[in-house]
Write a protein that binds this ligand. Structure first.
Ligand SMILES: [Zn+2]
Length: 353
């Protein structure tokens, strides 16, 4: 959905398979769904009919010849790369080939040399489908060995239009679209989240609630983190429903348990961590906007006077914007979140000035 160019390219790719694909684009742009579709096309005896048992399991991520490899730590380590190389040598279990889907390849740094040879020339029955949020220079050698399939974030206006078509109030659609980061899945869940607006208001209230005391800074930090935990509940409900549907499917096929249940659950956990980080980053972006608006107001009020006061305000606003931007970037690296938020609130409260 929303990726006609990527879909065309994937369809063409599956007709004449090569040894490695690289699906790249921002988080939430549909790379995983694209990779599963590609896997279905590569594993299905009819080239991806979409209806057979092979296609259904590939699309659900439960086919044994669709091997999904996730990093074990903050990056793809050399040990992760070695286990990918080992998996690439295995024979397919059911289909004529196996698809090795490696997630977050943009986080492979030291492990690029260990991966390169196998990605360049895997055994004939192995096809790599690599997923990356972006293409850092460290990845250049791997990029050059793969057929690239770019995914674009869905433009905010299109998310708004999509929501309004579904009966969502235009004002809410606008805030949700901006919080969705171009992901229709995320937008759909946020609309069903009764606390979304409250959470946004809480972030907006930060500058007025910081009163220069450590107590206010600490209270806000823990409130904002607790709200990010609560933000997970619609996603958790969706995951529970997915497991239920998989259990029904398994039962219909005469199986007592869901095949690959552990992988599905691990995938859910990773998605929840990602969701929470995205929620915090959107909160920080909202907060940065509030500070920016305040600065614009200050400058507007002082126009023509160029007072020393407004220069000091300006410098302070720049520091605040930098602190928020740094905190947002640091969230990507799995930090101690409460330390990070405490430090940010203290910085923003001006206690260090
Ligand atoms: Zn099929």
């Amino acid at each position: 959905m929303g990726q006609p160019r990527a879909v065309d390219q994937l369809m063409a790719a599956a007709r004449r398979p090569v040894h490695a694909y690289l699906l790249h684009g921002p988080s939430g742009s549909g790379k995983r769904a694209g990779a599963r579709g590609l896997a279905a096309a590569l594993l299905c005896p009819d080239g991806g009919c979409g209806a057979c048992n092979t296609c259904r399991r590939a699309l659900a991520g439960t086919h044994p010849d669709l091997v999904v490899v996730e990093r074990t730590g903050a990056s793809i380590s050399v040990a992760d790369a070695q286990s990918i190389v080992t998996r690439a040598q295995r024979r397919p279990l059911e289909a004529s080939r196996q698809v090795l889907m490696v997630v977050d390849v943009h986080l492979a740094r030291d492990s690029v040399p260990a991966l390169l040879k196998t990605v360049e020339e895997p055994p004939p029955s192995t096809v790599f489908v690599l997923l990356a949020d972006d293409l850092p220079p460290s990845l250049a050698t791997i990029v050059s060995r793969c057929v690239q399939v770019p995914f674009e974030a869905v433009a905010t206006e299109r998310v708004v239009a999509w929501l309004v078509e579904r009966g969502v109030d235009p004002d809410l659609a606008d805030s949700v679209a901006r919080a969705s980061g171009g992901s229709l899945d995320r937008a759909r869940l946020l609309v069903s989240d009764a606390d979304f607006v409250t959470r946004q208001e809480r972030w907006r209230s930060v500058p007025t609630r910081l009163d220069g005391t450590g107590a206010a800074a600490a209270a806000l930090s823990s409130e904002l983190l607790a709200a990010a935990d609560q933000a997970l509940s619609p996603l958790r409900q969706q995951h529970a429903a997915e497991l239920e549907a998989l259990a029904d499917q398994a039962e219909a096929m005469g199986s007592k348990s869901i095949p690959g249940r552990r992988q599905v659950e691990e995938g859910h956990k990773r998605e929840e961590r990602r969701w929470r980080t995205d929620d915090l980053r959107f909160g920080l972006a909202t907060l940065a906007e509030v500070y920016r608006d305040r600065l614009v107001d200050t400058i507007g009020a002082d126009e023509g006077t160029h007072s020393a006061g407004s220069a000091a305000e300006g410098r302070r606003a720049v520091r605040q914007a930098e602190a928020i931007r740094d905190a947002s970037a640091a969230l990507e690296r799995n930090p101690n979140e409460s330390l990070l938020m405490d430090a940010l609130m203290v910085e923003l409260s001006g206690m260090l000035d």
